[in-house]
Design a protein around this ligand. Structure first.
Ligand code: AMP
Length: 485
């Protein structure tokens, strides 16, 4: 199938060719013709599937007849949950929109100074890509005209709702004309998303591109059990020395853990940087730019900050901490295997976290094969019943795990009451890796500009962790003081 056959104008087909797109992805093939026919769309598609072009190409097609001389006002409005995703959508719009030389694209996101945004909004804006909170500020102070919006896109709508943007979204949408076309993209289309769609869409066509089971077929997923934090750090060290590793994202559950782990990895000679929501936008953009240019090899990130990152050199995703919510697992591993490439995703978990793994597996409708690394096998056996709710983390009182959302235990249905002993044996050792494989020494790599400039959080000597494949790592002292990401 070709882009021409979808009904797109030749200028947009040429822009796709220039971007290196030879044929449409599945979501593009399904969504573009329906969007060109003027339908509202609710699309569930996996991250990295080409969804940006799926909504932006038909939206731009509609603008081809436009001109810079028409009445001022935003024509295409895209709402995204994060600044990084907004920036990516804006970048893609500039690539696809080359044919419309007059088209002005502006990005308005939180965490950035108002000055540049006020200046940009005082000029003509045809395409506005924004995060809801900051856009609402500008709308309420009368700086943005949304009365001319022809296409409204809600990108990663599920995440925007998770982040509590529902009221902001509704207030913004109320300022757009009822005649607009609305295109909603989301990981899931049920529950609150369906309710949102029923309030703001007209007879939407539903497109579900991939069932959960087919998701991420190009990503090899592996679960490694660890006895404790020291064991986890040794596993991480081993994985990062994999000679097939290009770039990696390591996920932690807290901002502080991301900073500390990035510092520790840098101490070990890795080209590592942190990315999390406490960093200002300038630092985040700079770190992402270094990742894009290959100057950072290991990005240690929290979920929200990493959402939407599209760096094609990422070969490995490593879940150092488990995600707070099962759906975040899908978003995390989707940072590798971009644009049809292959990727690998390793998840490190203690046996006590087994019930969380079960919840992820129920959500993805896939099992994550357990494996071991020769020389780094876990020494502890799983506790009988470690799969039961009662043995999970405490949700209140002393020892409660901060930030742990009850979502993991709520839908235990299938395995509630089915303890570990009653389960069929898992394919232990199905794949195994060797700790003896020749390690690439990251310390030998040339030090990049970014490495030397990376802001460091000084820590007392005694709090340093060691990353050695052969010895015990120092315990992480900050564990009990973790702050939610
Ligand atoms: P997205 O899901 O929009 O974030 O896109 C994920 C990645 O796929 C981006 O790097 C896009 O540039 C790339 N991409 C999108 N559509 C195509 C296509 N038709 N052919 C090749 N790569 C694509």
């Amino acid at each position: 199938m070709s882009f021409e056959s979808l009904g797109l104008a030749p200028a947009l087909v040429s822009a796709c060719a220039e971007a290196g797109f030879t044929e449409p992805t599945t979501v593009q093939a399904q969504a573009i013709p329906l969007a060109l026919a003027g339908h509202d769309l609710m699309v569930s598609s996996q991250t990295g599937s080409g969804k940006t072009a799926a909504f932006m190409l038909p939206a731009l097609h509609r603008q081809l007849a436009g001109s810079p001389l028409r009445a001022a006002g935003v024509r295409i409005l895209v709402l995204t949950p994060t600044r990084e995703l907004a920036q990516q959508v804006s970048d893609a719009t500039r690539v696809f929109g080359k044919a419309l030389g007059w088209l002005k694209t502006t990005t308005v996101v939180g965490g950035m100074p108002y000055g540049a945004q006020l200046k940009a909004l005082s000029r003509r804006v045809d395409v506005l890509v924004a995060t809801p909170g900051r856009l609402l500020d500008h709308v309420q102070s009368g700086r943005v005209n949304l009365a001319e919006v022809e296409t409204l896109v809600l990108d990663e709508a599920d995440r925007m709702l998770d982040m509590g943007f529902i009221d902001d979204i509704e207030a913004i949408v109320a300022k757009t004309p009822a005649t607009r076309q609305t295109l909603l993209f989301s990981a899931t289309l049920d529950g609150t998303i369906a309710k949102l769609a029923s309030r703001m869409m007209r007879d939407p066509q539903r497109i579900e591109v991939a069932g959960q089971k087919e998701k991420h077929a190009n990503i090899t997923q592996t679960l490694l059990y660890a006895d404790d934090m020291g064991h986890k750090t040794r596993l991480l060290d081993h994985l990062l020395r994999d000679t097939t590793l290009g770039q990696a994202i390591v996920f932690t559950s807290t901002k502080r853990a991301a900073d500390e782990l990035a510092n520790d990895l840098a101490d070990q000679g890795f080209s590592a940087a942190a990315l999390h929501g406490d960093m200002n936008q300038r630092q985040r953009t700079r770190t992402l730019g270094m990742m894009q240019r290959g100057q950072v090899q290991v990005l240690v990130a929290t979920d929200v900050a990493a959402r939407g990152i599209d760096v094609q050199g990422i070969t490995h995703v490593i879940n150092f901490d488990l995600p707070m919510q099962a759906e975040d697992y899908t978003h995390r591993i989707g940072r590798t295997g971009r644009a049809g490439r292959d990727g690998v995703a390793f998840t490190l978990a203690t046996h006590a976290e087994r019930h969380k793994i079960r919840t992820i597996e129920r959500y993805t409708e896939q099992s994550v094969p357990v494996s071991t690394i020769a020389g780094l096998e876990p020494q502890r056996a799983p506790r009988p019943g470690s799969d039961r709710p009662s043995s999970g983390p405490r949700r209140s009182g002393p020892g409660a795990k901060p930030g742990w959302k009850p979502g993991f235990s709520r839908d235990r249905g299938a395995s509630a009451g089915a303890g570990f002993r009653n389960e069929p044996p898992r394919p232990q050792g199905e794949r195994s890796f060797s700790a003896d494989r020749p390690a690439r020494t990251w310390a030998d790599r040339p030090v990049t500009a970014g490495q030397t400039e990376r802001p460091r959080t000084p820590r007392p000597e005694g709090e340093r962790r060691e990353f050695r494949a052969d010895g015990a790592a120092a315990p992480r002292r900050f564990d009990s003081r973790r702050k939610a990401a």
